[in-house]
Unconditional design. Structure first.
Lengths: 469, 291
């Protein structure tokens, strides 16, 4: 028996695809991914219509999907994150049916519960054997963890593994196992390594970013959570990485050994592991080459599925054991609701990813953001889109002060006692608007272009089209 | 308290409006070297508007105007004086006459604005050989002068020597300025350390300035501010010793003694003055007496 099929063309024919069905993709190859475009092009070539695409994320590299939308090949999209290239067109109203945004935990939840059935899952695999055992740790297109692809592999009706490094059976150190896989296709390249992982992720040198990072580390240091067994997640942005570096210094100085670092893993988290700041890394996605190298070689660096990472339908998920998470925001309102879906003009340019999952799970959820970007204030009366509800956000750190959600009475007292610059979020808004002025309200269209679904499956907010002049 | 003073280019709005978030005790809005002649007007307006609309609570504003041999300096003063900066930094001050000329014009503008004389202080920037030689005369030329400021980059050009990290070439100027300023009863600030990537060099340089008697040190990089603040802050040991001195003085007074010893050393007036300064600074920094 062999599962190896000669081409994507053949596998699309074999997989039993019909008009109206749902195909799925994962985004570990990020902006270097070739697989989604190759598969969708073949689906279009074979004349299928009305296909739903359920992708854990869509990046700018996936802009060719817009042609398939225009031609009626794709009529439904579900994703956890959509970058500006595709997002802008969606905000302009290119799709009839609203896009469904979920979170990295909510997506596998709905797959597992059967709310979003997948007909054919296409799994980009940097290495696979002839029976479909596959891994992201090896090969020229190595991306590290394949965490987001597990639910697709386990629950799709048909599963296709697409690889550019087909190895003899059995691949020993596999992530996704053959018992879930129907077909294996070898192609020349599944992605462009330059877009898959960055060579290095850099901490910021911007003085304002460093001030925010230093405040963030001090908030953690004075939160009461920084002790042996501490667990932590941070993003790959410059200020978040700088906060991790400052935190590392504090942990080493105090001799604290944390339990685990979580997330999207960067080289900085690997440094923290190697320096003894954590016992383990729990990794749903690797961001840079150092993280890929680490997950391949260090047994303390553990790959986890998105279900294990963040799904509320799991018996437990790692986010439920998380102490502190550092997150970003494009806007935050005076009730601490955060927007990470739309930009300052209302166009889609992101998504929750793991934002609301980690915010809900962590004991301390911290947003780092400058008081303003270009000339637009970060703090507003009402965010354009609620990506993460304010009840799950504890602290906003800016260069102009630290605003603590009023529900955290004890934390406020601790941070004040430590001499940190605590400000009321309304004051911070006024202070910023003295510099920037009060921005005019964004014009809002009358058509819903996307629905933001909470990690628990509830409708959290709607994103409207941006009226075109 | 001016441990650190951070230069910010007067033509960079993002730096100006974030100036008070960067941790320095004072920020220097620079209208001189950081701004090309074509941008002098725009920078002057930007700095004026920043001072008018921004709240820099907790951070003193100093403005480096253009030198008195340019066509800009009086316009600079006209625009910024209504917003009462803590100090005006006057570049290339070579003599008492230079300081007096600036003083005269500042007085005139203060009168026009209805401000009391000397509302805005003057800090001559000593960055020529002539300025160094005239340091005491400059420092004592007018009550408006609150401090001297050493500028080593222009000075070494004038001295026709190379500026080095070790700073042997400015040893004389440094000590001369400290002596002149202290003799005139004003503060004195050290030149910036210009290698922003040398994290150890800034520590050594700041420690040297402190050891020589400088009140504080300027910086061209926000990265240096924290180090400078740390070096020019009293240590807990120094704070505790200052409190001990004051306790000893109180005890001596209550016992009717004129002189008293602490740890085998006589406590005299300069030691008391220094203790009072240390305690004032500790209080400003929120430092408490140790146990």
């Amino acid at each position: 028996m062999s599962k190896v099929v000669s081409s994507i063309k053949e596998v699309v024919q074999l997989a039993g695809l019909k008009d109206g069905m749902t195909v799925s993709f994962h985004h570990h190859l990020r902006n270097g991914d070739f697989v989604l475009n190759m598969v969708m092009e073949e689906i279009a070539q074979q004349g299928y219509k009305d296909i739903n695409v359920n992708a854990s994320s869509l990046f700018d590299v996936h802009v060719p999907i817009l042609e398939h939308i225009k031609n009626g090949v794709v009529t439904g999209i579900a994703a956890d994150y959509i970058a500006a290239g595709v997002g802008r067109a969606i905000s302009q109203g290119i799709m009839e049916k609203p896009v469904q945004f979920r979170t990295h935990g909510g997506r596998p939840r709905d797959i597992v519960l059967g709310n979003t059935p997948i007909d054919v899952a296409f799994i980009a695999a940097p290495t696979a054997d002839t029976m479909g055992n596959c891994s992201g740790k090896y090969g020229k297109s190595a991306c590290g963890s394949l965490g987001y692809a597990f639910a697709d592999a386990m629950f799709a009706k048909k599963v296709v593994v697409i690889t550019d490094n087909l190895v003899p059976y059995p691949l020993q150190d596999f992530s996704i196992s053959e018992d879930w896989v129907d077909y294996v296709v070898q192609v020349d390249a599944i992605g462009n390594p330059k877009g898959i992982v960055s060579g290095t992720t850099q901490i910021t040198r911007d003085p304002v970013g460093l001030v925010m990072a230093s405040h963030a580390a001090q908030v953690i240091a004075n939160s009461g959570l920084l002790k042996d067994g501490f667990s932590f997640q941070t993003g790959a942005g410059g200020a978040s990485l700088a906060a991790a570096k400052f935190l590392k210094d504090i942990m080493l100085e105090r001799g604290i050994q944390g339990s685990f670092g979580l997330g999207g893993i960067t080289g900085y988290m690997v440094d923290m592991l190697q320096a003894g700041c954590f016992r383990n890394l729990m990794d749903v996605q690797c961001f840079d080459l150092k993280a890929v190298e680490s997950i391949r070689t260090d047994p303390r660096h553990q790959e986890i599925s998105a279900m294990h990472y963040a799904s509320p339908a799991s018996r437990s998920a790692v986010v439920d054991s998380l102490d502190v998470v550092i997150l970003g925001a494009t806007e935050i309102d005076t009730d601490f609701n955060v927007n990470v879906h739309t930009d300052s003009n209302g166009y889609i340019m992101g998504g929750s990813g793991g934002h609301s999952d980690t915010a809900a799970g962590a004991k301390l959820s911290m947003i780092i953001a400058p008081m303003f970007r270009a000339r637009l204030p970060i703090v507003t009366d009402h965010v354009t889109c609620i990506s993460t509800p304010g009840k799950d956000i504890d602290v906003l750190v800016t260069q102009g002060g630290i605003a603590v959600n009023p529900k955290n009475v004890e934390l406020t007292a601790n941070l004040k006692a430590a001499g940190l610059p605590i400000v009321d979020i309304h004051e911070l808004k006024e202070k910023t608007e003295r510099i920037t002025g009060t921005p005019a309200k964004l014009p809002k269209g009358d058509r819903v272009v996307a629905e933001v679904i909470s990690r628990d499956g509830e409708l959290l907010d709607r994103i409207y089209n941006v009226p075109q002049k | 308290m001016r441990r650190s003073m951070l230069f910010l280019p007067g033509n960079n709005p993002n730096m100006l409006i974030n100036g008070n978030c960067l941790g320095s005790d004072a920020i220097i809005f620079d209208l001189e070297d950081a701004v090309s002649p074509a941008e002098k007007d725009a920078a002057r307006i930007l700095v004026r508007n920043t001072m008018r609309y921004m709240d820099f609570r907790g951070c003193e504003i100093i403005v480096r105007i253009n030198s008195i041999d340019t066509a800009y300096w009086q316009k600079d003063i006209d625009e910024i004086m209504p917003y009462k900066p803590g100090l005006v930094l006057l570049p290339k001050t070579g003599s008492a006459a230079d300081a007096l000329e600036a003083d005269r014009y500042m007085t005139e503008v203060e009168q026009k604005l209805g401000l009391p004389q000397n509302t805005v202080g003057l800090m001559p920037l000593i960055e020529t050989a002539m300025g160094v030689e005239n340091a005491f005369a400059i420092a004592s030329s007018t009550k408006r002068v609150k401090a001297l400021f050493l500028g080593a980059e222009d000075l070494t050009a004038d001295l026709q020597c190379k500026r080095t990290k070790e700073g042997r070439e400015i040893e004389y100027a440094r000590t001369r300025l400290v002596v002149a300023a202290r003799a005139a009863g004003v503060d004195v600030y050290d030149t910036p350390f210009t290698d922003v990537n040398d994290d150890e060099g800034i520590v050594t340089d700041a420690q040297l300035a402190k050891a020589l008697g400088f009140t504080g040190k300027a910086s061209i990089s926000p990265r240096h501010v924290e180090v400078i603040n740390a070096v020019f802050s009293p240590t807990q040991k120094e704070v505790d010793y200052a409190y001990e001195v004051m306790d000893a003085i109180e005890l001596a007074k209550s016992q009717g003694k004129g002189a008293i010893a602490l740890h085998g050393k006589m406590i005299d007036a300069p030691i008391v003055t220094r203790a009072q300064q240390t305690i004032a600074m500790a209080q400003a920094l929120g430092m408490e007496r140790g146990v």
